[in-house]
Design a protein around this ligand. Structure first.
Ligand code: IMP
Ligand code: MG
Length: 197
């Protein structure tokens, strides 16, 4: 087996900050840098910690995009009792658009009835995915249900959806990094970048 550095389609440019990570050729610009992400996650963690003080909080991450945000958010929560679950959904349609027709490809492992649930998602765009998930999880009788997203593209909203915690509002650009992918790539980037148009 070959473990060499071959296979990369390009040589990565370094980030100007020198903070690690790289700027692939497909990524036109940084929309939210890693320091800004970390600061905002810390603020959200404090806010969420305050809201759920003294109560157990059950986090549900939407695979795969929410994994990095949830990992960072969970570790700044000033709460003693935090549990994790994940779900995965698949939306029919093209890769950079959501059709709104969504199905579970991985259901939750644990029941949510009677629990305080925080649904953690990478981005809210048209709102169709979160509207569907709020409805589906809400039906299972949680004590409470709130949503945290790292990114919001308000210009693209097609259905109204309540999002209690938002990291950053971004313009209508296709975002990658910090969990978000384009065709499976760039989730690992430590910043949020805009895909080249
Ligand atoms: P919505 O249903 O249109 O709100 O879209 C939500 C889902 O579409 C997100 O969970 C992402 O998986 C994907 N998505 C929407 N916008 C972007 C983007 O800018 N970059 C990467 N994925 C996106
Ligand atoms: Mg997603």
């Amino acid at each position: 087996m070959d473990h060499g550095p071959r296979g990369g389609s390009e040589r990565a440019r370094s980030l100007p900050s020198g903070a690690g990570g790289c700027l692939p050729a497909d990524v036109e610009e940084v929309l939210v840098g890693r320091e800004a992400l970390a600061r905002r996650v810390a603020e959200l963690g404090a806010e969420i910690g305050h809201a759920y003080a003294g109560r157990p909080l059950h986090l549900i991450g939407v695979l795969k995009g929410a994994v990095i945000f949830m990992a960072d958010l969970a570790r700044v929560l000033p709460l003693a009792d935090v549990t994790f679950d994940y779900l995965a959904i698949s939306s029919y349609g093209r890769s950079t658009e959501t059709s709104g027709v969504v199905r579970f490809v991985k259901d939750l492992d644990e029941p949510v009835a009677g629990r305080d649930v925080l649904l953690v998602e990478d981005i809210v765009d048209t709102g169709l995915t979160l509207a569907y998930l709020r409805e589906q999880i809400g039906r299972r009788g949680p004590a409470s249900l709130a949503v945290a997203v790292m990114l919001d593209k308000p210009e693209r909203r097609a259905v109204p959806v309540t999002v209690e915690y938002v990291g950053f509002r971004i313009p209508d650009r296709f975002a990658v990094g910090y969990g978000l992918d384009f065709a499976g790539r760039y989730r690992h980037l430590p910043y949020v970048g805009a895909l080249r148009r």
